[in-house]
Design a protein around this ligand. Structure first.
Ligand code: F6P
Length: 465
């Protein structure tokens, strides 16, 4: 088995009991992917230094070897807060209105990718497979090749790839994708994002997509591109759900709900998650179904993220106003309709909360995959499961067609779905849950890793195995 060198912006190996729900799917998935594989996880420590030193901090954390570098404040501003989170993130989530283009962001992005390449290249040995993750590091494969690395290098994009007509609004879009075409394998969360990428390469760069629908021929190079839908670490999550911590969390939420049905949402505080629209939909439900409303409480857990980016400060303010407004309009002396919580919880606690909730409300406006939807399904009691309401615009919708699929922009549709979910008979809840649990269990993070690593190993290595 080849060694795996995993490279991502952040390196944070989650511990089951203490990992925070703020981490996002990537950290959880990569921790699981590497734990059973020899290798190294390289990336930014999350720390800021006065000036970049390139010092490499090697550690062993919860069964995984990590190697991290600190970045200086200009790097963080231009690369992480700038190009990654003020340019690419909104654009790739179809928010052209929030997308900012500044020359210094692009320069900082390439500079930091160069620093990553300089720092990780000495750790790479012949035969290692190099697996780069996400939108922070799109040009890294090319930069590693510029430094003499001849290993096979793959990229997995955890977020959507936008339609061509949106993507071309990015200045120097050709340069970014030409850099990407130096990878051997490029993976996407869903076929939709994969098709958009192939469309762009054919239309704008004159590349050719082979009849298999995925192999791109470009300037004498051959790049395998495909959808590799990510899953949760099912076994680990079920184990977390069986702990004392999970049971206590379950009982605590049930007791505090005092017989009312709980609707749960768990998201990083991010405008792509559709939280404002979700609150509007819930408001609509409360207004249109006053008889059902008093028997319900919405628990929205939303740990803040990317707090130095002004659009994230704006969304936080908007949500606070919205929750205050809805509670003010509907609350009674012994009931508040929304419990809006800005802290993260351990995975075990989340497993307990999910199981205690009759409805899981997962309504992003655009999402690469969304693992909360899968965790909600995994946490349910098979004999009395809750109902998942899921946005059509999450990658997960393709794998979970038995959820109540909704358009998150329509408060009417989501409001009615909430009413339907709350009134759904047990037989239908069980039938829908049974339609989803197979894919959540079998298409897990381990299957995802093995699938990607097999593609990255290349046809010759696969034939020899
Ligand atoms: O999946 C998208 C992603 O940006 C991951 O790369 C990241 O781990 C997660 O969301 C959380 O974001 P951040 O690292 O910016 O807090």
């Amino acid at each position: 088995m080849s060694r795996l060198i995993v490279i991502s912006n952040r390196v944070s190996v989650p511990k089951t009991e203490n990992a925070s729900g703020a981490q996002g799917g990537l950290a959880v998935a990569l921790g699981a992917a590497l734990r059973e594989h020899r290798g190294i996880w390289f990336g930014w420590s999350g720390q800021e230094t006065d000036s970049f030193t390139g010092h490499l901090d090697l550690q062993r954390q919860h069964g995984v070897t990590t190697a991290t570098i600190d970045l200086e404040s200009q790097d963080i501003d231009e690369y992480y807060n700038g190009y990654a989170n003020r340019t690419l993130w909104p654009l790739f989530h179809h928010r052209v209105d929030l997308t900012e283009y500044e020359r210094s962001f692009g320069e900082g992005y390439e500079r930091v990718n160069g620093r990553f390449a300089d720092s990780v290249a000495p750790l790479i040995e012949p035969g290692d497979l190099v697996w780069v993750h996400d939108y922070h590091l799109l040009p890294l494969g090319k930069f590693l090749q510029d430094r003499g690395i001849r290993n096979r290098i793959g990229l997995f994009l955890h977020i959507p790839w936008p339609p061509t007509r949106l993507f071309v609004s990015l200045p120097f879009h050709e340069r970014l994708v030409e850099h990407m075409l130096h990878y051997d394998v490029i993976g996407f969360q869903s076929e939709e994002w994969h098709e958009s990428f192939c469309h762009y390469v054919e239309k704008e760069l004159g590349g050719r997509v082979a009849a298999d629908g995925g192999t791109i021929e470009w300037q004498g190079r051959s790049i395998v591109t495909r959808a590799f839908p990510i899953g949760i670490d099912y076994a680990e999550f079920v184990e977390a759900g069986a702990t004392e911590v999970a049971h206590r969390a379950h009982d605590r939420l049930r007791a505090s709900a005092d017989g009312k049905k709980v609707i749960i949402g768990v998201d990083r505080l991010d405008y792509s998650k559709g939280l404002v629209e979700r609150f509007d939909s819930y408001h609509r439900f409360l207004t249109d179904h006053p008889e059902a409303a008093k028997d319900v409480v919405l628990l929205q857990i939303a740990p803040p993220s990317r707090e130095d980016v002004h659009t994230y400060q704006d969304i936080r303010n908007t949500l606070e106003r919205s929750a205050g407004h809805i509670n003010g309009a509907h609350a009674d002396i012994d009931w508040v309709p929304i419990r809006y919580v800005n802290q993260g919880y351990s995975r075990a606690e989340l497993a307990g909360f999910y199981r205690a909730a009759r409805v899981g409300l997962v309504t992003p406006l655009r999402d690469g995959m969304n693992l909360v939807a899968k965790e909600y399904v995994a946490a349910q009691d098979p004999d009395d499961p809750g109902v998942l309401i899921l946005s059509r615009f999450a990658g997960a919708a393709l794998q979970l067609p038995d959820a109540l699929l909704v358009n998150p922009h329509s408060s009417e549709e989501v409001g009615e779905a909430i009413a339907t979910a709350l009134a759904m008979p047990k037989e239908e809840r069980i039938r829908r849950w049974q339609g989803m649990i197979g894919s959540v269990r079998d298409e897990d993070v381990i299957a995802w890793r093995d699938d990607f690593v097999a593609a990255l190993s290349g046809p010759a290595a696969r034939a020899a195995a």
